[in-house]
Design a protein around this ligand. Structure first.
Ligand code: GRG
Length: 287
């Protein structure tokens, strides 16, 4: 078994046991969260978190709560993104979206609960002794920045702002860097923080993640354009790499960004071999 398989297992096991015990009156909240947390996500972000921890000589077990925190933020973003006031998608990962299953108000609450619990998980990493208080504070700064206005929320704002308006390439690059690459950057940075890495080392991971994030989003655009059942981009009048350049050119651009991402891994030497495989496999993924 390679580390990647083992890490995915660690993440799946941790997801199953990371929610608090709730009262009879409130325990349905956990059911709503679990519905979205366990509906077949690829776990790309938590996996990268554990892989970077290992590549920097840390113990991935100690980074699991950090990894989950990023997956919680990612899951909340999908639940809210599917809402009628956002992308209005009834289907997520081939199943009814959270608001279709539980109603709009509950889906809003489920997303809020995922967001809030992400920060509980960061604090619990320190309280349980997995990381130091200083590592925890660095992680809070990272996650709040990269999932907030200077990250994912900023990207989503640009996305909404340009609905039915033709965004140009620089706008598209800024949007995707914030909306998608920022959280991937956060996952990599948190893995390195858990390993005790310094800012210099983290900067190589940031470069990798920004390039991988762009490749990831461009591939996502191509896959969505190919999927006749799922193109909310088209429905919502969104400009994507596919609508700007066509699918073939978009795939070429994704390959260029993946190559740039791989170049940024040189600093980590052989220790980053599994990360290289993940980056390459994401370029050829089917979902
Ligand atoms: C605050 C109301 C409110 C909404 C926030 C921030 C936000 C809505 C949405 C984030 C933007 C977003 C959904 C970006 C898409 C990024 C992306 C490519 C997601 C798909 O990631 P995968 O393929 O998903 O890793 P899986 O299904 O594998 O987990």
């Amino acid at each position: 078994m390679n580390n990647t398989t083992q890490y995915i297992e660690m993440i799946e096991n941790a997801v199953k046991s990371c929610l608090p015990e709730l009262s009879e009156e409130t325990k349905y909240i956990n059911e709503m969260l679990m519905y979205s947390l366990e509906s077949g996500g690829k776990r790309v972000r938590p996996l990268l978190c554990l892989e970077f921890c290992k590549a920097a000589g840390g113990d991935p077990e100690k980074a699991v709560k950090f990894a989950l925190a990023v997956e919680f933020i990612h899951t909340y973003s999908l639940v809210h993104d599917d809402l009628p006031c956002m992308d209005n998608d009834d289907i997520r990962r081939g199943k009814p979206s959270s608001h279709i299953k539980f109603g709009e108000a509950n889906a809003l609450l489920a997303g809020d609960a995922l967001l809030t619990h992400a920060f509980y998980l960061l604090s619990d990493a320190a309280v349980s002794g997995d990381v130091s208080a200083e590592q925890c504070v660095r992680a809070v700064k990272e996650l709040s920045t990269l999932s907030g206005m200077k990250g994912m929320i900023g990207g989503q704002y640009i996305d909404l702002k340009y609905e039915n308006t033709r965004a140009n390439l620089p706008v598209l690059v800024e949007m995707d860097t914030l909306k998608t690459a920022a959280l991937i950057e956060c996952a990599c940075a948190l893995g390195l923080i858990a390993a005790g890495a310094d800012d210099g080392e983290i900067s190589y991971a940031r470069e990798f993640a920004r390039e991988l994030g762009l490749a990831f989003q461009i591939t996502d655009d191509v896959l969505e354009a190919e999927d006749e059942n799922e193109s909310s981009d088209e429905k919502n009048g969104k400009v994507t790499y596919v609508s700007l350049f066509g699918a073939e050119k978009a795939r070429e651009l994704a390959a260029i960004h993946t190559k740039n991402a791989l170049a940024a891994l040189n600093h980590f030497g052989d220790a980053a071999d599994e990360i290289r495989l993940i980056a390459e496999s994401l370029l050829y993924r089917k979902n």
